[in-house]
Design a binder for this molecule. Structure first.
Ligand code: NDP
Ligand code: 8X3
Length: 257
């Protein structure tokens, strides 16, 4: 395991779920963290907790990855000690609805496409040139099992995650010959706020997604993310699919009772 102490790790979507778990896991490595999301109060609270617990430096940053001019402005205005981001965790993402394509909400589609594809691209476009110039860097894209297999009602979400797969593979090709690494982690069901967001705040429907089964936890995924970033520089973990033992495919989940 290679130390990433004092490296700068930027996590998008750090206010909840997998992003927040990554923040905690990286704080334990001694890395310095830039934590971004739209809900700034949550970021501030998490930053305070982690700073106290792990004595690490954290810079919380309010950022909507869909807003290109905001992303450009905020990243260019990062204070000098925080500018040289070594590790970018493109985690911010969401699903909206579980409707058939011919009945779906265009607004839901746009939100998924703007966040999961365009947001990831904006962050990548702004931060990767510095990594190339400095001769070190690592981009971790959080994809999904949904990028490997479509499922009913999930076509647009699945298409955004298939796009993440293609973008990860293409980015790796574009960076070939540089020391900058690209990894994609593709989880199956992880219990986070994901389903609450998908069902527009319908908590009861969200709970049923995880009922009578044992899903992954956000910490399970964060552990894999840290694993990828702590390999020796000649090792690029390109892609990892992580499923719960109770899941065999996107739509095959074992439920007791
Ligand atoms: P959560 O809903 O718990 O977290 C999503 C995070 O993304 C939040 O921190 C949210 O922050 C942030 N986010 C959403 N939209 C934006 C935006 N426009 N700008 C900035 N941040 C944004 O879900 P998960 O932790 O589960 O999801 C994280 C990633 O994991 C997503 O890419 C998701 O697709 C992927 N994934 C999740 C799986 C699961 O089963 N949970 C399985 C496979 C992949 P805020 O609202 O404060 O901006
Ligand atoms: C989230 C996992 O399969 O519920 O990406 O869409 S799934």
């Amino acid at each position: 395991m290679v130390s990433i102490q004092d490296q700068i790790v930027l996590v998008t979507g750090a206010s909840s779920g997998i992003g927040a778990a990554c923040a905690r896991a990286f704080a334990q490595t001694g890395a310095k963290l830039v934590l971004t999301a739209r809900r700034f109060d949550r970021l501030q609270q998490l930053a305070q907790t982690l700073e106290q617990e792990f004595k690490t430096q954290i810079y919380p940053l309010q950022l909507d990855v869909c807003d290109r001019s905001q992303v450009e402005g905020v990243l260019k205005a990062l204070p000098e000690p925080w500018q040289a981001v070594d590790i970018l965790i493109n985690n911010a993402g969401l699903s909206r609805g579980l409707d058939k394509v011919h009945q779906g909400s265009v607004q839901d589609w746009e939100e998924m496409i703007d966040t999961n594809i365009k947001g990831l691209l904006y962050m990548t476009r702004l931060l990767v040139p510095g990594m190339v110039d400095r001769g070190r860097g690592h981009i971790i894209n959080i994809g999904s099992i949904a990028g490997h297999q479509a499922y009913p009602g999930g076509a647009v979400y699945c298409a955004t995650k298939a796009a993440v797969r293609t973008l990860s593979a293409g980015l790796k090709m574009d960076l070939l010959g540089t020391p900058v690494r690209v990894s994609e982690i593709d989880p199956g069901i992880v219990e986070t706020e994901f389903s609450q967001v998908r069902f527009h705040g319908d908590t009861e429907r969200a709970k049923r997604v995880y009922e009578s089964t044992t899903p992954l936890t956000a910490d399970d995924i964060a552990e894999v993310v840290v694993f990828c970033t702590t390999r020796p520089p000649h090792v690029n973990v390109s892609e990892i699919v992580v499923l719960a033992t109770d899941q065999a495919a996107a739509t095959m989940v074992h439920r007791r009772s």
